[in-house]
Design a protein. Structure first.
Length: 335
């Protein structure tokens, strides 16, 4: 091992990634494709990744699709271009495979808003309740969860419990409130939220609508209730993408992380997309965690097979049951 690699490996936890120089003349797309072949690796990328990463991925999708792919792949290495909890989910579903994440510090404010030890105490107050957790949570929280869900399958998961079964929903309070409205179930909600989806500005969206009166307004259910109430369509990233492909509108104002617009634009090149503005000085609302991954970090992590996601065995054994149950219910529902 070279001295540089040795030092970068020692500093891995501090930096979150291998802090090594990449030759600026290197064709990263070609080099990454070569590494995929050599190592029998698969790149799974979330819709919120930067467009270059989406374009080199073997599979791009939302949390449900990504977990289904992670469970089914026959690759030896899963490279997760997403955030930490997603790579953990892949590891839980494929424990014998090597799972890599380009930057360990690609976290998630929503997952962080529900620390497992605090949630454990909260849960003790509701001994008769079952727990449904949004997949955007830590591996340890999944060990305290009966069934996970994503925004694509959440309604099916909730409806799978008998009507008289009381439920706790964690960690996203906005998605929880939307589900209470959609399913008519009075659930106990954990008060967590996503830093990206909770700061859309209704006032600025209205101004944007005045500029583009023909545009449909579409929103992810992690947004606050007053934003969802104003939306023409609410759904998961896959559902929003499908809506832009299939609806007759030519213009869309999109209230979710703007990375998804890359796929929307590719699927409907003649349509126009405007990211919904947040209540700060920025024009769009990027997830700083998702955007920690870069092509350089992706290349380095594939080349050196670091950083790798590892989990204690008990977490995998206990936590995976909640994800397996989710996948079973989704398969039955044809999702
Ligand atoms: S967009 Fe929100 S929920 Fe998704 S990774 Fe970023 S902080 Fe987490």
């Amino acid at each position: 091992m070279s001295a540089e690699l040795n030092l970068a490996t020692k500093n891995l936890n501090k930096m979150g990634f291998l802090d090594l120089e990449v030759d600026p003349t290197l064709d990263l797309v070609e080099a990454i494709n070569q590494l995929k072949k050599e190592k029998n690796a698969v790149i799974l990328a979330h819709y919120y990744q930067e467009s270059e990463i989406q374009d080199i991925a073997d599979y791009i999708g939302d949390s449900l699709g990504l977990s289904q792919q992670a469970a089914e792949t026959d690759a030896d290495i899963i490279v997760f271009a997403g955030v930490h909890f997603m790579a953990e989910t892949a590891k839980m579903l494929s424990p014998s495979k090597k799972v890599l994440l380009p930057d360990l510090k690609a976290g998630c404010s929503l997952a962080d808003s529900c620390p497992a030890p605090v949630f454990r105490k909260f849960k003790e107050k509701y001994p008769d309740h079952k727990v449904v957790s949004y997949i955007n949570c830590t591996a340890e929280l999944k060990t305290l969860t009966d069934v996970c869900c994503t925004s694509t399958n959440a309604k099916h998961i909730i409806d799978s419990f008998p009507e008289d079964q009381p439920l706790i929903f964690a960690p996203d309070v906005n998605l929880g409130r939307w589900l209470v409205k959609e399913t008519g179930r009075d659930m106990v909600l954990w008060n967590g939220s996503c830093m990206v989806h909770e700061i859309f500005s209704h006032e600025k969206i209205v101004k944007l609508q005045m500029k583009h009166p023909e545009a449909a307004f579409i929103a992810h259910p992690e947004c606050e209730a007053h934003i969802l109430d104003a939306a023409d369509h609410v759904g998961s990233t896959s559902s929003l993408l499908r809506f832009t492909r299939e609806s007759g509108h030519q213009e869309y104002i999109v209230a979710t992380e703007p990375g998804i617009i890359h796929q929307m634009q590719k699927a409907s090149p003649d349509k126009k997309f405007y990211p919904a503005p947040p209540n700060n000085s920025c024009a769009c609302n990027e997830c700083p965690h998702m955007k920690r991954n870069t092509m350089e970090k992706l290349y380095l992590c594939m080349k050196h097979e670091l950083p790798e996601i590892t989990l204690p065995e008990w977490v995998i054994e206990k936590g995976v049951a909640s994800i397996d149950r989710m996948l079973e219910i989704s398969a039955k529902a044809g999702l």
